[in-house]
Design a protein around this ligand. Structure first.
Ligand SMILES: [Zn+2]
Length: 181
């Protein structure tokens, strides 16, 4: 192909990769006509989902906070780089799909970091927040909604701050916790 066509093709590829919604994002909007794969959750996830609901009630102050309408199951995340994904459908429903091989090798706190992130998309309608916070020479993620999930050590040490931010968007307790490290 000649240079002009090659240039056009390159431009087209750049345009597609920067505008295509599902590319590089684990909150994936499904096309018209597509429907949820599951109606209910794999019971294996029930204890972590219950913890998400308890945290939601505690930090948001809403005693009716619930996540029961969003099924969580193992399956194909449709992107090699995603351990979990939130699929959003045209009928308004959402569901979380988790990569089983990753789940089985992850620590308990990393499982919670990932699943709470996906529920942040699917239940709380949150998008990514890649803000960082420097404390004592270390750069920390300032939200569980960071596009790269918070690692288990940082999540364990500052869980209350991360959960406050997740459910209320208030970063102050997290920053205080990180600064006092
Ligand atoms: Zn995400």
């Amino acid at each position: 192909m000649n240079m002009r066509r090659a240039g056009l093709l390159l431009l087209t590829l750049i345009f597609l990769s920067s505008c295509g919604l599902p590319i590089g994002r684990d909150l994936v909007v499904k096309n018209k006509g597509e429907v949820r794969q599951f109606e209910s959750s794999n019971p294996l996830f029930s204890s972590i989902v219950t913890q998400f609901e308890q945290a939601g009630k505690q930090y948001s102050g809403n005693a009716n906070f619930s996540a029961g309408h969003v099924p969580v199951n193992f399956g194909d995340t449709e992107n090699e780089s995603f351990e979990g994904v939130c699929f959003s459908y045209p009928d308004g429903t959402t569901e979380v799909i988790i990569k089983e091989a990753w789940w089985n090798s992850a620590s308990q706190s990393l499982k919670e970091s990932l699943l709470f992130h996906e529920l942040g998309h699917c239940v709380l309608n949150r998008d990514h927040d890649n803000e960082t916070h420097d404390a004592n020479g270390v750069t920390y993620k300032a939200s569980l909604m960071s596009s790269v999930i918070v690692n288990s050590g940082q999540y364990n040490s500052h869980r209350s701050g991360y959960l406050t931010e997740l459910f209320t968007l208030n970063k102050t307790p997290l920053f205080q916790s990180l600064d006092s490290n």
